[in-house]
Design a protein around this ligand. Structure first.
Ligand SMILES: Nc1ncnc2c1ncn2[C@@H]1O[C@H](COP(=O)(O)OP(=O)(O)O)[C@@H](O)[C@H]1O
Ligand SMILES: N[C@@H](CC(=O)OP(=O)(O)O)C(=O)O
Length: 595
C-alpha cells in the first residue's frame, strides 16, 4: 500500500481552523487509498515564545531543560491535530519522538538522529490510523528529550519517509513551493517545478528557510522525493529530486544570508598548522565558521578572513583575540554589517563566465564585493548589509531567474520513486546498524591539472572582480576556484584563482600586461599546485571535515594555500610537490567515513 508523509510547519497549524484544514488534507490522502503519517511543528511562533520565556527566567538556560521545554510545542500540536481528525470522524493517534523510537545523540538543541524504529508506526497505520508525529524531537540513550535544531521538523518528516519507504514526503508550508529566491525578499521570484537535492542543500544552508538543510541530506542519502507545496491549496508545488529543473541553466536559485559578520586575522605566520590552530580553537567553542578565505601570503605572512553568524561575533572575537597571541598573528579586524549573497546551480560547473556575470551584475549596481568564495555549484560574495537586497535583485535579474527556462522540466516528466520492495529491507536493516546522520564521504581525490594566479594589493573598489574575470573569460580560460579576501590594511584586496595548467602561461601573460590597468601591487602564481577534494553529503554541518583536513596536513608539515568549502565538498590547494603525500594523509584520516 502506498504511503505518504505530510509535514505541516508552524504557520500551517497556527490556529484551530488551520489545524482542521490540515486534518482534512490528511483524510483526503487516506481516502485516496494511502497510509498517512502527518508530522507537525509547534503552532505559529510558539517555539520562539518558549525561547523567550526561558530567557526571562534564566539568561543561559541548561540545554537539557531547553529541549524539555521546546519539545512541548510540538506535543501540543500533535494532540490537537489528532483531535481534529477524530472530530471529522476518522482514526488518528498522536506520538511524541520518544514514542516513535526516534533515537538521537545527546547534543541537546541540535541532536542528530541515530535510529528510528518504524514498527509501532507501521502497526498503527495498518490498523487504519492516521499517525500524527511530533516533529523536531527525539530521545537519547538516557531517556532525555532532545530537539533537532531550529526547523528540524522537516528532518523528522524526511527521516520517517525514508524508514517507512514513503512514495513522497510532502512539506506543506505557507508558500506554493521552492522559489528562485525568497519571495518575501523579491516578489519577482519564480516558483520552480523541481530542484536538485544538491542545489536545495546549498540553498537551504544559505538562508532559503523553506527547507531545513539536514532534511535534504537525508532525502539525498535515501532517495526520498520531497514535494514542497502550499498548505492552503491543492496546487502542485516543487519537487526536490536528483535532477535540476533545467539542464542548461547555469544558475537555479539565489539566496541571501543577511546577518553575517566578517573577521580578518592579519599577519598570520604562513606555516603549516596555524590555520588549523585558529579554526580548532573556534570549533572547540562550537562557533560555526563559514566563507573561509585563506589567501596566499606575502613575506611569509597571510591574512585569513572568514564569516560567522552575526550573533556569534562577540564570542568569536574573544576566541580570535586569544588565538592571535597564540599563533603569533599581528591582529584582527571585524565587521558585523555584512551579508552574503550566493547563487547556486548544478549547471555552473559545466559553463564558463558564470562568476564573472554575477560580479558584473553587482558592480553595475554600484556595490562593492568584499569577499568571494566559490565551489563547484555555488558562488558566494560578501557585501555591506545595506546593499544586500539590491545585490540579490541585481543577481536575480542578471541570470533571468524570474523567467522559466525554455528547457525546464514540467510536471508530466517528473520522476517518481523507483526503488523496489527489496531495498526497503536492506534500508531498514542499514538504519539499525548505522547512525542515520553519520558522515559519509563519497570521494577523496587529487587533481594536478590546475595552476594558481594570485593578484595582491588590488584596489578594493566596485567592479574590480568583474573586470578581472571578464579579462580571463575573454581569452576562453576556464576559472575553477576563486577566493577574494578582505584586506584590512589599506583598502586593498587579494584575489587568487585557479585555471587549467595548460592555460597558465597565457593567463600570467595576460596579467603581466593588465596589472598596471588594475593597479595590482604584485602578480604571482604557481604552475605546480595540487588540489585535494573531499566530497560527501553535509560537509558543512559536519564542520569537523575542514578542521580534520587542516589537522592532518599540518601534522604532515604541508601548507594549505587556498581552501573552499560547501555542503558537498571541501577543496584545498597545496604546493604541487606535496600532492601525493597530502592525498595519502587525507585517505588515512577519513578511511572510516568513506562509503
Ligand atoms: N527559495 C525559497 N523558496 C520559497 N520560500 C522561501 C525561499 N527562501 C526562503 N523562503 C521562506 O521560507 C518560508 C517558509 O518557511 P517557514 O516559515 O519555516 O515555514 P513553516 O512554518 O511551514 O516551516 C516562506 O514563507 C519564505 O518566505
Ligand atoms: N518548531 C520548531 C521546529 C520546526 O521545524 O518549525 P517550522 O516547521 O515551523 O519551521 C522551530 O520553530 O524551529
Amino acid at each position: 500500500m502506498s504511503l505518504v508523509v505530510q509535514k505541516f510547519g508552524g504557520t500551517s497549524v497556527a490556529d484551530p481552523e488551520k489545524i482542521l484544514s490540515a486534518a482534512r488534507k490528511a483524510i483526503r490522502a487516506q481516502q485516496a487509498g494511502k497510509q498517512v503519517v502527518v508530522v507537525v511543528s509547534a503552532m505559529g511562533h510558539n517555539t520562539d515564545l518558549l525561547i523567550d520565556l526561558a530567557g526571562q527566567i534564566n539568561e543561559a538556560p541548561p540545554a537539557r531543560e531547553m529541549d524539555m521545554l521546546l519539545s512541548t510545542g510540538e506535543q501540543v500540536s500533535v494532540a490537537l491535530m489528532a483531535m481534529a481528525v477524530h472530530s471529522l470522524g476518522y482514526k488518528a493517534v498522536s506520538m511524541t519522538g520518544a514514542q516513535m523510537g526516534i533515537q538521537t545523540d545527546s547534543s541537546f538543541t541540535k541532536a542528530r538522529i541515530r535510529n528510528i524504529s518504524p514498527e509501532r508506526i507501521q502497526k498503527l497505520l495498518n490498523d487504519g490510523n492516521i499517525v500524527i508525529a511530533a516533529g523536531f524531537q527525539g530521545i537519547d540513550d538516557d531517556f532525555n528529550i532532545t530537539t533537532l535544531g531550529r526547523g528540524g521538523s522537516d528532518t523528522t518528516a524526511v527521516a520517517l519517509a525514508a524508514v517507512l519507504h514513503a512514495d513522497a514526503c510532502e512539506i506543506h508550508t505557507d508558500v506554493d513551493g521552492v522559489y528562485t529566491t525568497d519571495p518575501r525578499q523579491l516578489p519577482e521570484a519564480r516558483q520552480m517545478s523541481r530542484i536538485g537535492y544538491d542545489e536545495m542543500l546549498e540553498l537551504a544552508s544559505l538562508g532559503a528557510g523553506v527547507m531545513h538543510n539536514r532534511s535534504i541530506e537525508f532525502a539525498k542519502k535515501y532517495g526520498v522525493p520531497i514535494h514542497v507545496r502550499s498548505s492552503f491549496s491543492d496546487t502542485r508545488g516543487t519537487l526536490i529530486v536528483s535532477e535540476s529543473e533545467s539542464p542548461s541553466a547555469p544558475v537555479s536559485g539565489a539566496a541571501m544570508t543577511r546577518d553575517e559578520a566578517r573577521i580578518t586575522v592579519q599577519g598570520v605566520p604562513d606555516n603549516p598548522g596555524t590555520s588549523y590552530e585558529l579554526f580548532k580553537l573556534l570549533a572547540d567553542v562550537k562557533i560555526t565558521v563559514d566563507m573561509i578565505v585563506q589567501n596566499v601570503g606575502e613575506q611569509n605572512r597571510a591574512d585569513i578572513s572568514f564569516t560567522v553568524p552575526k550573533e556569534e561575533l562577540k564570542r568569536a572575537a574573544e576566541t580570535v583575540r586569544f588565538a592571535v597571541t597564540r599563533i603569533g598573528a599581528t591582529g584582527f579586524t571585524s565587521d558585523d554589517e555584512v551579508s552574503k549573497i550566493s547563487v547556486v546551480g548544478n549547471g555552473m560547473s559545466r559553463q564558463t563566465g558564470v562568476a564573472q556575470k554575477m560580479f558584473r551584475a553587482i558592480a553595475d549596481a554600484g556595490i562593492n564585493i568584499q569577499m568571494i568564495t566559490t565551489s563547484e555549484i555555488k558562488i558566494s560574495v560578501l557585501v555591506a548589509r545595506a546593499s544586500a537586497q539590491a545585490a540579490l535583485r541585481a543577481v536575480h535579474q542578471s541570470f533571468e531567474l524570474y523567467r522559466k527556462p525554455a528547457d525546464a522540466a514540467d510536471w508530466s516528466e517528473l520522476p517518481t520513486r523507483k526503488s523496489k520492495e527489496a531495498d526497503i529491507q536492506s534500508l531498514v536493516a542499514d538504519l539499525h546498524a548505522v547512525d542515520m546522520e553519520q558522515l559519509s564521504l563519497s570521494e577523496i581525490s587529487l587533481s594536478e591539472d590546475q595552476a594558481r594566479i594570485t593578484l595582491s594589493g588590488v584596489p578594493d573598489s566596485p567592479g574590480l572582480a568583474a573586470e578581472v574575470f571578464e579579462a580571463v573569460a575573454s581569452k576562453g580560460i576556464f576559472v575553477d576556484m576563486i577566493v577574494q579576501s578582505y584586506d584590512g590594511y589599506q583598502g586593498q584586496t587579494g584575489i587568487s584563482f585557479t585555471v587549467p595548467r595548460a592555460q597558465y602561461a597565457e593567463c600570467s601573460k595576460l596579467f603581466g600586461t593588465l596589472s598596471q590597468k588594475f593597479e595590482v601591487r604584485q602578480v604571482s602564481g604557481s604552475e605546480e599546485i595540487a588540489k585535494l577534494s573531499v566530497s560527501g553529503i553535509g560537509l558543512r554541518s559536519h564542520t569537523g571535515v575542514a578542521i580534520g583536513m587542516f589537522e592532518v596536513l599540518a601534522e604532515a608539515g604541508i601548507n594549505v594555500e587556498m581552501i573552499n568549502t560547501s555542503e558537498l565538498r571541501v577543496n584545498v590547494v597545496v604546493e604541487g610537490a606535496q600532492g601525493e603525500r597530502a592525498l595519502k594523509c587525507l585517505q588515512a584520516k577519513f578511511a572510516a567515513n568513506l562509503i
